[in-house]
Design a protein around this ligand. Structure first.
Ligand code: BEZ
Ligand code: FE
Length: 279
């Protein structure tokens, strides 16, 4: 490499070539295997479009997305950790007052989620923005079923109140498969891996002065918790889901009994308390 190449590029390329050559020496691929890899990478690129990023999906199923995130969000203990963003986040989702119901298709088991946004010492963070999204009870995001689900089904934006509290209505999430109709899905199948994600709700929680949290809440009863297809599960993100058979409580929230109740606090680390890769 030329002396004029950026020092970072020289570092990245020399590490990559060193490890790539070590892998090739260990694997000893045939010419056909080398060409199958070229074909796989070509098909992965050809699968990409404005709304489909097959290379990020590849990074996800290899655990690389979670590793890059962990390197860049080293938070103090007690802070809510990040997990994978996924491809189905949509900016500028509808805003709801606290108590709003994001389930617009009426499918699934009703659920109330409530909790607080605090700093790592437990002090309330008012006016935090909570963006939430999840699949419907058939296991699809609204953007995957544009003319089938109502627009913005199961996504919304809430704001924490003066005591850092938030609450909303939805339905209990279920497990679902990542998009597996492309080369990444074929690779998973060839490896004998399933494409399923453990049941979760996505959140992005932001407040001025705090490191934005891109995270999930997982249900504790999902069989895919130990084998999430994209390695997104962290034990600190598994919530308690209580099934309440209480007609009075159900009436208060406008549901019929039984319904699911989830209590979940987000603890934000300040931007200065979070260590990222420094370049
Ligand atoms: C998701 O949770 O929405 C997701 C994450 C990674 C890949 C595909 C989907
Ligand atoms: Fe998801």
């Amino acid at each position: 490499m030329s002396e004029e190449a950026s020092p970072r590029l020289r570092e990245v390329m020399s590490v990559l070539v060193r490890h790539l050559h070590a892998a090739i020496k260990e694997i000893e691929p045939t010419h056909e295997e080398w060409f199958a890899a070229v074909r796989f990478l070509t098909e992965t690129g050809q699968m990409c479009s404005d709304w489909r990023q097959e290379y990020i999906l590849l990074s996800d199923i290899l655990g690389v997305s979670m590793l890059v995130d962990a390197i860049n969000h080293r938070r103090p203990s007690g802070a809510t950790p990040n997990t994978i963003l996924g491809p189905f986040y949509v900016a500028n989702a509808p805003q709801y007052p606290n108590g709003g119901n994001i389930c617009l298709d009426g499918k699934g088991e009703p659920m109330v989620v409530e909790g607080r946004v605090t700093d790592i010492d437990g002090k309330p963070v008012p006016n935090a923005k909570l963006e939430v999204w999840q699949t419907n009870d058939d296991g699809f995001y609204d953007v995957q079923q544009k003319s089938i689900q109502p627009d913005s089904n199961l996504r919304g934006v809430f704001t924490s109140d003066s005591e850092g509290r938030y609450w909303f209505k939805s339905v209990k999430p279920r497990h679902y498969p990542i998009p597996s109709d492309g080369p990444v899905g074929k690779l998973l199948g060839a490896m004998g891996r399933h494409p399923n994600r453990a049941a979760h709700l996505h959140f992005i929680v932001t407040a001025p002065g705090f490191d934005p949290v891109i995270t999930h809440i997982f249900t504790p009863d999902c069989p895919y918790l130990p084998e999430d297809a994209v390695f997104g599960v962290k034990p600190e993100l598994i919530a308690e889901f209580q099934k309440l058979d209480d007609p009075e409580a159900a009436k208060r929230v406008g549901f019929s009994s039984p319904f699911w109740s989830v209590s979940w606090d987000f603890r934000l680390a300040s931007s200065s308390e979070t260590i990222s890769a420094t370049r």
